[in-house]
Design a protein around this ligand. Structure first.
Ligand code: COD
Length: 297
């Protein structure tokens, strides 16, 4: 899969499924759900302020007929209710609406009523960057704030699973740092070297992992040639494993706001995928995220 058009086509083949949306009273969210429904991806359980949802649907010309509306005006309670719908099997996957990311994730992580599996949960972003020619994965720029080596290994396993589902049988992964040499004062470089060794020993299944790699060496074959860095990953990464949430978030927003990238995002590792990108992201990006959620489910 090299584009979001192909992602959408693959998702269509898996749909339609039921999507529970937490705090659904939002213009972009409703527009995305409407597009996703018309593409045959899903129908939705829209959990949120029912009168506001109806008013927004009226303004947008969205037909709520195919969907179920669950009235819960309080955003945190809407998150709990949407999670419950997934836990009870009334919905197949979950989506963040107009509420803070942490509020939804806390409902997902709730020990009694959440969607834990015992596995680490992490976010996988997929970007379509103009002129790049293929989809680029980035993990984790949403959920895990400052992962250590063990957490990064789990984040990598989760992301590899998603990449395999979009057709990459041996994903090429760059573990990013500021430099490509190990510097004990820069923990991200140590993590890069260790993860690449773990991959060499087969701990992540079929894939190629190289690190530490600076951003230019991960995505530019010319830069890799220039600096004399070889191997299957340099210049050709499918996935960037970022040092922490701050670095990843800045990278993804730079690609979106300065380079015109489109983005899809999903949290995996729970009992069902959680469609999750920034509240400020467009309806179109939310549609692609729903498509990615479907493929991950
Ligand atoms: N996978 C599995 N279990 C987890 C994970 C995870 N990634 N994170 C926490 N847990 C478990 C812990 O083991 C513990 O049992 C429980 O959940 C609570 O753990 P805490 O106390 O560390 O977690 P919280 O509730 O303080 O925070 C968890 C969040 C996911 C909310 C937190 O990590 C967070 O705020 N992440 C950033 C979200 C954000 O603001 N993103 C901004 C970009 S949009």
């Amino acid at each position: 899969m090299r584009s979001f058009a192909e992602l959408l086509a693959a998702a269509k083949a898996r749909g339609p499924r039921t999507l529970a949306v937490a705090a659904a009273a939002d213009r972009e969210v409703l527009a995305a759900v409407d597009m996703a429904h018309r593409e045959g991806l899903c129908r939705a359980a829209l959990v949120g302020d029912a009168s506001r949802i109806a008013a927004l649907a009226g303004e947008l010309g969205v037909d709520l007929g195919p969907h179920r509306v669950v009235d819960e005006p309080d955003a945190e309670r809407a998150a709990v209710r949407a999670v419950e719908l997934v836990a009870m099997g009334e919905a197949d996957f979950l989506m963040k609406g107009m509420l803070p990311t942490a509020a939804l994730l806390r409902a997902v992580l709730d020990k009694e009523r959440g969607l834990r599996t015992g596995q680490m949960l992490s976010h996988v972003g997929l970007l379509e960057v103009p002129g790049f020619g293929r989809l680029l994965g980035i993990t984790d720029f949403v959920m895990n704030v400052a992962p250590d080596l063990k957490a990064k290994a789990a984040i990598l396993r989760n992301a590899l699973e998603v990449l395999r589902r979009i057709g990459l049988s041996e994903p090429r992964v760059a573990v990013l740092a500021a430099v490509e040499v190990v510097n004990p004062e820069m923990p991200a470089t140590l993590d890069g070297a260790l993860l690449s060794k773990m991959a060499e020993r087969g701990e992540f299944g079929p894939c190629h992992v190289d690190g530490p790699l600076a951003m230019d060496l991960a995505v530019s074959e010319e830069a890799a040639r220039h600096k004399g860095v070889g191997g299957p990953v340099a210049g050709r990464a499918d996935l960037l494993l970022v040092p922490d949430l701050n670095a990843g978030n800045i990278l993804y927003k730079a690609l979106v706001y300065l380079a015109g990238a489109r983005v899809a995002g999903v949290v995996v590792g729970a009992r069902a995928p959680v469609v999750l990108i920034s509240r400020a992201d467009t309806a179109e990006n939310k549609l692609y995220s729903i498509a990615l959620g479907l493929i991950a489910s």
